[in-house]
Write a protein that binds this ligand. Structure first.
Ligand SMILES: *[C@@H]1O[C@H](CO)[C@@H](O)[C@H](O)[C@H]1NC(C)=O
Ligand SMILES: *[C@@H]1O[C@H](CO)[C@@H](O)[C@H](O)[C@H]1NC(C)=O
Ligand SMILES: *[C@@H]1O[C@H](CO)[C@@H](O)[C@H](O)[C@H]1NC(C)=O
Length: 289
C-alpha cells in the first residue's frame, strides 16, 4: 500500500541527505593537495588521522604551517606528539579574515581540537588570538602572559561557515604539549585493566599475544575491547573454557593492524581486515556510523 509505504521512504531519504551533507562537507587532504608548500603538514594530518577529525567537524579553521616550519616540529618528535601539535592548530569555529581582524576588545581565547582530547587541563586546549598594531593578527597559547609568536600570513582556502584554511608563521606550543608518552612506555595490560577490561587483558598475557600486540603497536594498532561487564552477559562464551588456539583467534579478531581512532572509523565505509585474517581465512570487520 503506497500510502503506508511513503512515510518510511521519506525517513530514509532524510537520513541519507543529512549523512551526505556532513561527510561531503569538506576534505582537508583534498584542499591541501593543491598546495605543495603545505605537503609536509598535509602528510602528517593524514598519518596522525587528525584529517579525519577535521573532516568530521562541521565548522573549523585550520592554521597551516609551511613545509620548513612543519618539518622542524616533525623532525624532533613522535607521531603521538605531532598529533598534539596539529590538534592545537585546529580551531572549532569559523575565523575568516573579517572575523579575525574584528575581534571584540582585540583579543579572544578560542577552543581547539586539542581541548576535545580530555588531556588538556584548564584552558590549555584554547589559543589566544590577538589583533596587534598595524592590522597584524597573532596567535599564541591561552596561558596568561604567553608570547604570541605565531602570525597570520595568508588565506589559503575558504568554504564559508564550513572550513577556513590559513597559513601561520610558526607552531603554537606551550610547555607540556610536546611531551606525549611514547609507545615504548605504554603497558597494554595495565592500560586495559585500568579501563575496566581485565577479562580481555588476562588471555593476552596467558596466550603470549602480548608480545605480538606490543610489536604491532610500533606501526599502529586498534583494539576493540569488551569490558568486564560485557563478558558477564548471557550467551557470551566463558573464556576459561575455550582452547588456547581459539583464544588467540578471538583476540586477533578484535584487532586492526592500523591506528584507527573514532573519527577514522566513522569515515571507513568498507570492510576492514582484522589481525585474524590470514592463511586460514578472511576475518573482516565492518563499522557502521
Ligand atoms: C579526501 O581526499 C583524499 C585526497 O584526494 C582522498 O584520498 C580521500 O579518500 C578523501 N577522503 C574522503 C573521506 O573522501
Ligand atoms: C592574549 O595574550 C596577550 C599577550 O599575552 C594578553 O595581553 C591578552 O590578555 C590575552 N588575551 C586573552 C583573552 O586572554
Ligand atoms: C604491565 O602491567 C601489568 C599489570 O598491571 C604488570 O603485571 C606488568 O608487570 C607490567 N609490565 C611491565 C613491563 O611493566
Amino acid at each position: 500500500m503506497p500510502r503506508n509505504g511513503l512515510p518510511s521512504l521519506l525517513v530514509i531519504l532524510a537520513a541519507f541527505t543529512s549523512w551526505a551533507t556532513t561527510t561531503e562537507g569538506h576534505n582537508i587532504t583534498a584542499i591541501l593537495e593543491k598546495f605543495p608548500e603545505y605537503s609536509v603538514y598535509n602528510s602528517y594530518m593524514t598519518q596522525t588521522k587528525v584529517a579525519d577529525e577535521v573532516n568530521s567537524r562541521e565548522t573549523v579553521t585550520c592554521l597551516v604551517l609551511p613545509n620548513a616550519a612543519m618539518s622542524t616540529v616533525a623532525a624532533k618528535h613522535s607521531l603521538a606528539t605531532i598529533k598534539n601539535a596539529l590538534r592545537i592548530l585546529v580551531l572549532l569555529d569559523y575565523y575568516d579574515p573579517p572575523k579575525l581582524h574584528d575581534i571584540p576588545q582585540g583579543t579572544t581565547l578560542t577552543t581547539t581540537l586539542y581541548q576535545t582530547t580530555g588531556n588538556a587541563p584548564g584552558n590549555q586546549g584554547f589559543i589566544n588570538i590577538t589583533n596587534m598594531r598595524g592590522g597584524k593578527v597573532a596567535f599564541g597559547p591561552a596561558a596568561p602572559g604567553s608570547r604570541l609568536a605565531s602570525d597570520y600570513i595568508k588565506s589559503v582556502q575558504q568554504i564559508p561557515y564550513n572550513i577556513y584554511v590559513l597559513e601561520i608563521s610558526a607552531p603554537i606550543v606551550f610547555p607540556g604539549l610536546l611531551d606525549a608518552p611514547s609507545v615504548a612506555d605504554a603497558n597494554l595490560t595495565a592500560l586495559l585493566e585500568k579501563a575496566g577490561c581485565k577479562t580481555f587483558a588476562s588471555p593476552i598475557t596467558t596466550t603470549g599475544m602480548l608480545k605480538n600486540f606490543q610489536t604491532a603497536m610500533d606501526k599502529g594498532l586498534t583494539l576493540f575491547v569488551p569490558n568486564d561487564v560485557a563478558f558477564k552477559a548471557q550467551g557470551v562464551p566463558d573464556l576459561s573454557s575455550i582452547s588456547s588456539g581459539e583464544l588467540v583467534t578471538l583476540l586477533e579478531y578484535h584487532a586492526l593492524l592500523s591506528y584507527t581512532p573514532k573519527d577514522s572509523l566513522k569515515s571507513a565505509d568498507h570492510a576492514m581486515a582484522t589481525k585474524a585474517s590470514g592463511a586460514s581465512g578472511k576475518f573482516d570487520l565492518t563499522v557502521s556510523a
